[in-house]
Design a protein. Structure first.
Length: 245
């Protein structure tokens, strides 16, 4: 079953709410001091959503090539570190950075009967880093927060057109944005558990060539420029444990 990241995010929100309730009713431990530097590790699921637009490739004769959308899933392993401080009696905020390995890769093939194009797309997002602000409401030892900032990812998008033995490929490091939400609960003065969901956009990866290999035609006697564009968005749902120093 191939669920979209929105579906997974809904599950994450439900789990976040449950964890928040457990943290709110826990009163055995003294209230956490939210000031300090922390480091943690998390594991979960990562997803790359790649939407490819090949309209420029096959509309020159009036054919319609729809966008191709592919979801690639993989295991997400994250290392994160940050600094938090209180802002009054019920709020805390800070800065956090993370490095992520995402095994998000996939391949799909499509046949466009009206245009005669057989297209295969391959998409990968394996390395991702973020730098984010984090702020939220505290209740004893629990923090319910929002987060957002910058994301940098190494994206590979490949487009193969079997009919003309042609392959467009581009591996690029892209800068984008990320937002998310989560809940964190301190089990002791130093050890905290968290559940977090992130969503981000790394923009469009594009490639243009003046003539496809193997194709001997041109439009109205002149070479055509063929542009393929893929928009890359990503999502991560993860559970982590951290230590405050």
């Amino acid at each position: 079953m191939n669920l979209s990241f929105r579906s997974h995010l809904k599950c994450g929100v439900a789990l976040t709410a449950a964890m928040s309730l457990l943290g709110a009713v826990s009163s055995a431990q003294a209230q956490t001091n939210w000031t300090g530097l922390y480091t943690g590790v998390a594991i979960g699921m990562g997803q790359l959503n790649a939407t490819t637009d090949i309209h420029d490739l096959c509309n020159y004769d009036g054919y319609d090539c729809p966008k191709e959308e592919m979801n690639a899933h993989g295991t997400a392993v994250s290392l994160y570190t940050g600094f938090m401080m209180p802002a009054g009696s019920m709020f805390a905020w800070g800065v956090e950075g993370d490095l992520n390995w995402l095994g998000a890769r996939g391949e799909e093939s499509h046949q466009y009967v009206d245009s005669g194009y057989d297209a295969t797309t391959q998409n990968k997002l394996e390395f991702l880093g973020t730098m984010r602000l984090r702020a939220g409401i505290t209740a004893d030892n629990t923090l319910i927060y929002l987060t957002g900032g910058l994301a940098v990812g190494v994206v590979n998008n490949s487009w193969t057109y079997i009919n003309y033995s042609s392959r467009f490929s581009r591996n690029v490091t892209r800068l984008g944005w990320v937002v998310g939400t989560g809940v964190e609960h301190y089990l002791t003065d130093r050890v905290a558990l968290r559940l977090e969901g992130l969503y981000g956009d790394l923009g469009k990866n594009s490639r243009t060539e003046s003539l496809i290999n193997g194709a001997s035609y041109s439009h109205f006697g002149t070479p055509n420029d063929y542009k393929v564009r893929t928009r890359n968005t990503f999502g991560i749902i993860r559970a982590g444990i951290s230590i405050k120093w």
